[in-house]
Design a protein around this ligand. Structure first.
Ligand SMILES: [Zn+2]
Length: 169
């Protein structure tokens, strides 16, 4: 089976290092996009909701259309915002803020993203429950992500973002 690059269309040479999120994009396209500000074509070529994040400060640079649709946000509500603010996590609205609140210490989502920046390790299918605030309503949501380092930045693929089926206790 030959897989063609989602960006340039050339066949992807099977390599031993299988990337987590950008597996449908060839190495040369990845090299070209790293270190430039032209990310939008890459993000849109990935068939899933994607956030592009920077490490310091740790915040979202931009997101693809699927992510904006999933979170029902405009790009200016996502760009330069913390991940938790994009997800509407209740702890991102505290005084300390997303990632700094006491409740964020053991957040698996935050910790996997931090580790992606510090160790360049990709993380797959990291899942947790978050309290999500929408309008006046706060509900428990299941959030599942995968991560991949891209140059100095990181991609976060959102795989699940759904209200918990359990009734509120
Ligand atoms: Zn390519």
């Amino acid at each position: 089976m030959t897989l063609e690059c989602a960006l340039c269309g050339i066949p992807i040479v099977p390599n031993s290092v299988r990337r987590n999120i950008t597996s449908a994009i060839c190495d040369s396209c990845i090299l070209q996009v790293s270190g430039t500000s032209i990310y939008s074509a890459l993000l849109e070529a990935i068939d899933a909701p994607i956030l592009l994040m920077e490490g310091n400060p740790r915040q979202v640079i931009t997101a693809n259309q699927k992510a904006l649709t999933l979170f029902d946000k405009k790009s200016e509500e996502v760009e330069n915002h913390r991940g938790g603010q994009v997800f509407n996590c209740v702890h991102s609205f505290t005084e300390a803020g997303c990632g700094k609140d006491a409740n964020c210490e053991n957040c698996k989502i935050k910790n996997s993203i931090v580790d992606t920046f510090t160790s360049s390790t990709s993380h797959s299918s990291i899942s947790t429950e978050l309290l999500i605030m929408k309008a006046a309503d706060t509900r428990s949501y299941v959030l599942q992500i995968s991560t991949e380092k891209l140059g100095d930045l990181a991609l976060v693929r959102v795989e699940r973002y759904i209200a918990d089926a359990k009734p509120d206790s």
